[in-house]
Design a binder for this molecule. Structure first.
Ligand code: AMP
Ligand code: MG
Length: 343
């Protein structure tokens, strides 16, 4: 039986056009969609008897991640960790512990530009809750003092994992990394079910599995940060990678003609005044791509490129505010399709 929440479609795989002399190919794929982690999650795999079940397994796994790691739901592990700040340590599942450890690692790698303890600032600006407002500077400074990934105490003793935030008011927010992790988990489920070719789209975060069924490369459109969602400025071809983008265009509010977006610079406590308007990270691991997309956005063009170049198996497409587009060494197959931008 089809579960009521599941929208299922057997669609013709739409191949992006407008680039190479490549033929248009149509292959039957099974696509299922569900709203989770604050976004639409789409799984596209080869049509088959088990396709529906496999997609359901992916959705339950992502739902489990949401239940454990959302900062919004009151009884998630992260909500309990935040509620215990300055009071007591919280017992965590191995999964949440893993994501928190990875988050602190990427915080270290980005020199704190990505910081999972950013939550007090995210809440203060109210951007994710839809109640965006410009806080008074005094409150911003108070919140900045609470943001420090180094203060998060993680401990593992056998299978017993705990975390502790030592200062009251500290808030962990995994919004910049959880979708990447969910993509990795979804991919593992597809692989465990023998799927060798498929695509998972988590609100614009793409996990491409293998090559396309016809043997050609996956073609992923890169969002034009200055145009409505779904408008691409270029296309990158790749196989078996995660592609995650961050930008000032994703979530924001406008006050007195100024746009305040959702990526906060932990140093200033304000939405990052980056010289970048869009960052796409391409990596084997979605969790890395997600944390780095947020971190590199905050770091800006120069430091961002330097960091990505120093990391094995990680590449980036960086879009600067002056409409210049930069790609790192490993990006071989990126084609700019919008003449407003230059490479
Ligand atoms: P992303 O869309 O992956 O760039 O993640 C943005 C989300 O991560 C925001 O909506 C916040 O929940 C959270 N966030 C904002 N600024 C930071 C930061 N500097 N480090 C880590 N997470 C952040
Ligand atoms: Mg991110």
């Amino acid at each position: 039986m089809v579960k009521k929440y599941l929208t299922m479609l057997v669609i013709l795989l739409f191949v992006l056009t407008g680039c190479t002399a490549e033929k248009k190919v149509s292959t039957e794929v099974f696509t299922a969609e569900k709203y989770l982690l604050g976004t639409d999650i789409t799984v596209s795999i080869e049509t088959g008897e088990e396709a529906n079940l496999i997609c359901n397994e992916v959705f339950s796994r992502v739902k489990d991640i949401e239940d454990k790691m959302s900062a919004h739901s009151g009884d998630s592990e992260i909500a309990l960790l935040n509620a215990g700040a300055g009071k007591e340590k919280t017992v965590l599942s191995a999964q949440t512990y893993h994501v928190l450890s990875q988050a602190t690692e990427f915080a270290a790698i980005t020199g704190g530009a990505f910081d999972p303890t950013i939550g007090s600032l995210v809440q203060l600006w109210g951007i994710n809750s839809g109640n965006g407002k410009v806080p008074v500077e005094q409150d911003i400074q108070k919140s900045i003092a609470l943001v420090n990934y180094k203060s998060l105490q993680l401990a593992q003793d056998g299978t017993n994992c705990t975390a502790y935030l030592p200062h009251q008011g500290q808030i962990v927010d995994l919004g910049g990394i959880a979708k990447g992790y969910a993509g990795d988990e979804a991919k593992q489920i597809l692989l465990a079910n023998g799927i060798k070719s498929g695509m998972i789209n988590l609100g614009g975060n793409i996990v491409a599995i293998g090559k396309k069924k016809d043997g050609s490369h996956w073609r992923v459109g890169i969002q034009n940060p200055l145009a409505p969602r779904g408008t691409f400025l270029g296309i990158v071809q790749l196989d078996d990678k995660s592609v995650v983008s961050s930008g000032a265009y994703e979530r924001y509010f406008i006050k007195d003609g100024k746009r305040y977006h959702h990526i906060i610079d932990p140093n200033t406590g304000h939405p990052s005044e980056s010289d970048l308007i869009g960052v796409t990270i391409i990596a084997d691991q979605g969790i890395a791509a997600d944390a780095l997309s947020t971190g590199v956005f905050v770091l800006g063009l120069e430091k961002g490129i330097k960091l990505v170049d120093s990391l094995q198996g990680v590449d980036a497409i960086l879009i600067a505010a002056d409409k210049k587009v930069f790609t790192t060494r490993g990006i071989e197959d990126f084609k700019l399709t919008d003449g407003d931008f230059s490479l």
